[in-house]
Design a protein around this ligand. Structure first.
Ligand SMILES: *[C@@H]1O[C@H](CO)[C@@H](O)[C@H](O)[C@H]1NC(C)=O
Ligand SMILES: *[C@@H]1O[C@H](CO)[C@@H](O)[C@H](O)[C@H]1NC(C)=O
Length: 403
């Protein structure tokens, strides 16, 4: 009916089918939601913006040194800064990730793991170092995507709580998860881990949260089943190789990224952190094995080996995906893993999508009513105008690259 249409749609070779129109509408709805939520966020957080960004008073740097012993413990967290000055500096880890304050950065590509699948005849050293359990990794494991430079794996270790409380290091919107895995890598432009760990771009650590789920996780079992052999500090055992990638989420696209530090002394501020949005699930028995198998140097149970969240001191936290303003912190832990499969929690994206569509439709109806109103108003004044010849063209505001 409109001859002009085909000319205007030069780029689209085929008229949009009904389904692709629906898809388009969904896209627009999502965009509309994002705009609305951004506005709401701007209004809502205007007052509270300052507290995390410019963390009030500075942590005083204590001038006098401590006893100088190189020993540290999680019972004496507040002393770390005396023996290891970096621990009191301003780019420390872990942090609380406030998802509403993260910056969406589309240029953050999916993390790519190479050489992570190890044959069973390759033996790996598993060690209780008195602070955690460490699995030494061969240098064949590498990060080949998601970071601008190449990084090689060195070791992985875990942080956990106790039967009476969770023990992840990072928290998300104030929520502490049951446990956390860290896979430590060093930049291949340095000759080894020791040299790399003192340079600002030296280390890359992948972090993922562990939660309790219904099934046994076969990958974590490859570590947990050996813990009883290394109960005491400095004990070690050789374990068969397995697919190390199975210890990390299947979804390597959705993560948070920030500049931080080692979470134990000497707290070097040389870590480019990746914290995955998808969580890993362990059975209740497995979580209990993690929490109850090891002892520290005092012979006490090795538990609660996590450092609390450190001040951001104005640092930015990037997100590789668009976080909605929906907060899951009010939900009971585990309820977001209701749709877990294969030991992977796919968490909160579904609820977000439904809301997006809902808001989008509301937005569309409002827009339509507005357009209708304008049209009626116009046709009352100028009856000659063809209804299809509206001169007002509304386009969705671009929401790209709000970062
Ligand atoms: C991390 O530090 C590097 C080097 O100073 C900087 O280029 C980069 O933007 C920082 N990343 C973030 C997320 O702030
Ligand atoms: C994942 O991202 C969603 C959306 O921002 C957020 O609600 C949820 O808490 C995040 N979970 C983790 C483990 O990062």
């Amino acid at each position: 009916m409109l001859p002009a249409t085909s000319e205007r749609q030069q780029k689209a070779t085929v008229r949009p089918s009904r389904t692709s129109r629906t898809e388009h509408l969904l896209e627009m709805s999502r965009a509309a939601l994002q705009v609305s939520l951004l506005l709401l966020a701007a209004l809502g957080s205007a007052g509270a913006a300052n507290d995390q960004e410019h963390g009030g008073e500075e942590t005083p740097h204590s001038p006098e040194k401590g006893p100088g012993h190189s020993h540290w413990s999680y019972e004496e967290l507040q002393h770390w800064g005396m023996d290891y000055p970096f621990c009191a500096d301003t780019m420390q880890s872990p942090i609380n990730i406030d998802t509403a304050k993260t910056i969406f950065s589309p240029q953050l590509r999916p993390i790519q793991l190479s050489g992570y699948s190890l044959p069973a005849n390759e033996r790996l050293k598993l060690r209780n170092n008195g602070h955690t359990v460490v699995l030494q990794l061969p240098e064949s494991l590498a990060l080949t995507g998601g970071y601008a430079q190449q990084y090689r794996a060195v070791q992985l270790h875990l942080h956990w709580g106790s039967p009476s409380g969770p023990g992840s290091e990072h928290t998300v919107n104030g929520h502490r998860f049951a446990a956390e895995i860290h896979v430590v890598h060093y930049n291949t432009k340095y000759s080894n881990f020791k040299e790399a760990m003192v340079h600002p771009d030296g280390l890359a650590v992948l972090g993922a949260f562990l939660e309790v789920g219904p099934r046994e996780n076969p990958y974590y079992q490859e570590i947990l089943e050996h813990l009883y052999k290394i109960e005491g500090e400095d004990k070690e055992v050789l374990v068969p190789g397995f697919n190390i990638a199975g210890l990390l989420p299947a979804n390597l696209k959705h993560y948070f990224h920030y500049n931080g530090s080692l979470t134990t002394p000497p707290c070097y501020q040389t870590v480019k952190w990746t914290v995955f949005n998808q969580t890993m699930l362990l059975s209740p028995e497995q979580m209990s094995m993690l929490e109850n198998s090891l002892r520290n140097d005092n012979g006490n149970p090795l538990q609660n080996n996590y450092r609390p969240a450190q001040d951001l001191h104005g640092r930015r936290v990037l997100a590789s995906f668009q976080t909605t303003l929906m907060s899951t912190k009010q939900l009971p832990p585990g309820s977001e893993s209701a749709v877990a499969g294969e030991g992977h929690s796919t968490s909160s994206f579904h609820a977000g999508d439904v809301l997006a569509v809902l808001f989008g439709v509301l937005f569309a109806i409002t827009a339509l009513a507005f357009l209708l109103y304008i049209y009626k108003h116009r046709s009352q004044n100028t009856r000659l105008d063809s209804p299809t010849k509206s001169k007002v063209i509304y386009t969705a505001a671009s929401t790209e690259n709000t970062a």
